[in-house]
Design a protein around this ligand. Structure first.
Ligand code: CMX
Length: 135
């Protein structure tokens, strides 16, 4: 079962500029910036109450973020839900007929284990499941 909205991911072209803009908008600075090479992204995180905003900039042209911006422009890229046990949730969603993008949970930014659900099986919304992970 989903616990809460963990974060909303926003695809941006220039994370340095977007950090400034979102600091003004939210009235709080990012608490972390992190590159996830395996995903081809640099991320930054803002705490907004019990949820977060994640900005994502592509680190290479073949990154999912670069493709997204090329096709749709900057904007909301995904919504992430916190789950307690990601493997159990992945199994449940598979049985419900959702298309998962990875077989097993993988390491994401901000100390999370993650799995994406394809937007085509979630009404056009890219959904991420994430579970806290202690490295
Ligand atoms: N939201 C909604 N629809 C999206 C989308 C998004 N974020 N990204 C792509 N799509 C749509 C495309 O427009 C396309 O639609 P049409 O078929 O109607 O043209 C369709 O989904 C397929 O997209 P594609 O790029 O052609 O290719 P894939 O099927 O391989 O899509 C996708 C895979 C979109 C799920 C993947 O590229 C992706 O975004 N993965 C997530 C990677 C990511 O965000 N990593 C960051 C992790 C950072 C962290 O740790 O938090």
């Amino acid at each position: 079962m989903v616990q809460k909205i963990e974060h909303i991911g926003i695809a941006v072209k220039d994370i340095a500029k977007a950090n400034k803009l979102y600091t003004q908008l939210l009235g709080v600075a990012p608490y972390k910036q992190e590159t996830v090479e395996s995903e081809g992204v640099t991320t930054s995180f803002f705490q907004t109450g019990e949820s977060k905003v994640e900005l994502l900039e592509a680190t290479k042209p073949e990154s999912a973020i670069a493709k997204f911006i090329e096709k749709k422009g900057e904007g909301i890229h995904h919504i992430a839900f916190a789950v307690e046990d990601i493997k159990t949730e992945m199994q449940r969603l598979r049985e419900e007929g959702f298309t998962l993008l990875n077989e097993k949970p993988k390491r994401g930014a901000d100390n999370k284990l993650i799995c994406f659900v394809h937007p085509k099986s979630a009404n056009g919304v890219l959904v991420e499941l994430c579970q806290d992970y202690t490295p």
